[in-house]
Design a protein around this ligand. Structure first.
Ligand code: KG4
Ligand code: ZN
Length: 353
């Protein structure tokens, strides 16, 4: 079973071919991040235009690298939500055209569900990837942490899952990106806060953790505001001072301590809730997924505190990619989930799990 996965929900134009839901045959990602970085965030129009330019070359390169022709594929999987409307449209319309012209079944994929499936990849002929030794076993507790989502989900089986909790405001990756902005670090915040935090003291500042009615829900906007207030007080300014000028008044040590304290508190919040869910639901495997799953601090804290078998994807498969979409597509095809009439597939920017 070989499936082509197409992913264009945000700024990455990505395609991949996966065999039997476990073997990565080829994986190509083109990103327009360098064009967005100077604006401090993703500009939807730039992302959509870049997808239009890149989508065909990316798919062609994926097919060439796999040394397959279209008749050897068993289907196409494409992200149809959640994501930016203009970006999603490019991937979905391309996948629909290909499904019709190559006469292949089309599987619509939920982006967030897709992230979890990066954990099912265990082999490739390409030695640039580090895979888990075996596939995760159900029930699986998944912590999904990206620029758009923070969720805890328990998967009893494929396509049979329960959402335990989610963020009531900012996603964790969004909080990293916004704190990165306060500290005038390059976009995206996640990897740059990680770098800045290396020289900082994570215990220097005590930052708040939100308490919520549903113990598995998350909230990061209070933490982000606490970081802003902290930067203002360290700079000797009040809330009326322009926030984008604050970083210029902080020295490197102050910035490193703020980055380290923020990273420590935000990651500890994720870990606390994952441990609570581990205790209550007794999963066989705990996995992490999404861009923030690339955080070495998150991997370290969970490795140290979980008792259950814990797995995570290769760094390159944490941020958006086509491999995770193709992998979930394989399970849809292998487990006889219905495909969709290409003429009936539309985008769903606000799709939830
Ligand atoms: O999954 P993803 O590529 O896109 C979405 O679906 O949102 O995640 C992007 C997010 C960004 O917010 C970025 O700051 C964060 O992942 N990220 C990280 C790291 N690498 C990327 N956050 C913390 N530590 C990292 N090393
Ligand atoms: Zn994503």
């Amino acid at each position: 079973m070989k499936i082509l996965g197409i992913e264009t929900s945000c700024d990455e134009t990505a395609a991949a071919i996966v065999e039997d839901g476990r073997k990565l045959i080829s994986n190509v990602v083109a990103t327009s991040m360098h064009e967005h970085a100077k604006y401090g965030g993703i500009v939807p129009e730039i992302a959509a235009r870049s997808h239009i330019e890149s989508i065909i070359p990316v798919i062609e390169e994926t097919m060439t690298k796999a040394r397959l022709d279209w008749s050897q594929l068993d289907g196409i999987a494409v992200t149809y939500g959640a994501g930016l409307g203009g970006s999603l449209l490019v991937g979905v319309e391309t996948a629909k055209s290909l499904a019709i012209s190559k006469n292949l079944p089309l599987y619509p994929i939920n982006h967030v569900e897709g992230h979890v499936y990066a954990n099912f990849l265990t082999e490739s002929e390409d030695d640039q990837y580090i895979f888990p030794k075996k596939q995760p076993e159900f029930p699986i507790l998944a912590l999904i942490v990206s620029g758009g989502h923070s969720q805890l989900v328990i998967f009893k089986n494929h396509f049979d899952y329960e959402l335990l909790g989610q963020t009531s405001d900012d996603a964790i990756g969004e909080a990293f990106d916004k704190v990165g902005k306060i500290l005038a670090l390059p976009y995206p915040g996640g990897p740059n806060i990680e770098k800045a935090a290396k020289n900082g003291n994570p215990e220097k500042y005590k930052l708040p953790k939100a308490r919520l009615d549903n113990k598995y829900d998350f909230s990061f906007s209070g933490l982000k505001t606490a970081v802003l207030r902290l930067a203002q007080s360290e700079a000797g300014k009040t809330y009326t001072f322009p926030s984008f000028e604050l970083a210029g008044l902080l020295n490197e040590a102050q910035k490193a301590d703020i980055a380290a304290s923020f990273m420590h508190t935000s990651i500890e919040t994720l870990v606390d809730k994952t441990l609570m869910a581990e205790k209550e639901f007794k999963p066989k495997t705990v996995v992490i997924a999404g861009g923030v799953a690339a955080s070495p601090e998150l991997r370290r804290q969970l490795t140290n505190s979980l008792r259950t078998n814990f797995q995570y994807p290769d760094f390159k498969l944490c941020t958006d990619n086509g491999a995770m979409i193709a992998t979930l597509g394989c399970y849809k095809a292998m487990l006889k989930q219905p495909d969709i009439d290409p003429l009936k597939l539309g985008i769903e920017p606000n799709l939830s799990m």
